[in-house]
Design a protein around this ligand. Structure first.
Ligand SMILES: Nc1ncnc2c1ncn2[C@@H]1O[C@H](COP(=O)(O)OP(=O)(O)OP(=O)(O)O)[C@@H](O)[C@H]1O
Ligand SMILES: [Mg+2]
Length: 257
């Protein structure tokens, strides 16, 4: 990469910029759901092809402003549904749907991302957080995995949006056997360090990342978002206290805490 393209900030806000930094890596691109800038055409095209699309602020946090948009195949006219928070609106015309969304997004940049049908735990959707940090020795290490379960009826799993934290093993009960669980955990850890190295090749200042990873019914991991200032404290929830202790020690070493 040319020197002029390098960036030395520690925290990168733009979800678009972070996605664009990972996509050129062909080994990693298959883990990123199709993501485009939101506009009338991109959303229509993605609804036609995927049926379900997440619309989210390019620089959002805590799941605020995230919408789940669906095109419902029915007899005759297609109909559309837009779900945000606990509110659901339905439309028969695409133009009405888009006008509704445009009224919420105004002039801010939003992304449209292929929606992943998240696995469920006791009827609630869940996704995973993969914590990756630069160790004091300077290598990238995956230091924690934890699951986040959405509140009933919610379309986001964020703890600030009513989500609850659970160990990954618990959430995968009923979805995978023990050998499969172990393989998946290993794969997620490796995915974490690969994404960190790829992002770090462009953004030289980052010291830690938190991947939001969705699993579909085939247990394929999809990276929904890459956080560059992930909350370390969620890992205090795990019974094994050594996990948070190491996360804390690393974060202290690079001056985050
Ligand atoms: N493409 C998608 N398919 C299914 N669920 C999604 C998708 N994108 C987002 N979500 C759900 O919405 C939640 C919030 O989305 P996202 O992580 O992109 O933004 P954010 O959490 O608001 O940003 P930040 O993590 O920086 O605070 C995700 O954790 C996930 O539960
Ligand atoms: Mg997130």
């Amino acid at each position: 990469m040319r020197k002029s393209k390098l960036n030395y900030r520690r925290h990168i806000v733009s979800k678009w910029a972070k996605t664009q930094a990972v996509i050129p890596n062909r080994r990693l691109a298959k883990y990123i759901p199709e993501t485009r800038k939101l506009n009338r055409e991109s959303l229509k095209d993605m609804l036609d092809r995927h049926g379900m699309v997440y619309v989210k602020p390019n620089s959002g946090t805590y799941g605020i402003g995230v919408m789940r948009v669906e095109q419902l195949a029915g007899e005759g006219d297609a109909s559309y549904r837009c779900h945000m928070g606990t509110k659901i609106h339905t439309f028969t015309q695409y133009d009405d749907l888009y006008r509704h969304i445009a009224g919420l997004t105004r002039k801010r940049m939003y992304l449209a991302q292929k929606g992943i049908h998240l696995l469920k735990y006791r009827q609630r959707r869940f996704d995973l957080r993969v914590m990756v940090q630069q160790s004091p020795a300077g290598t990238w290490q995956t230091t924690g995995l934890i699951g986040r379960v959405a509140a009933p009826g919610k379309i986001v799993t964020n703890v600030h949006n009513g989500g609850t934290l659970k160990p990954v093993e618990v959430l995968l009960q009923g979805h995978a056997g023990s050998a499969e669980k172990a393989r998946l955990a290993w794969r997620l850890r490796r995915l974490g360090t690969s994404v960190a190295r790829q992002l770090h090749s462009k953004y030289r200042g980052i010291k830690e990342i938190g991947l939001d990873v969705a699993l579909d019914e085939r247990l394929h991991p999809w990276i929904l978002e890459i956080n560059t200032a992930p909350d370390p404290y969620i890992f205090r929830k795990l019974k094994d206290k050594r996990i948070f202790a190491r996360i804390y020690r690393y974060a202290k070493a690079y001056g985050r805490l």
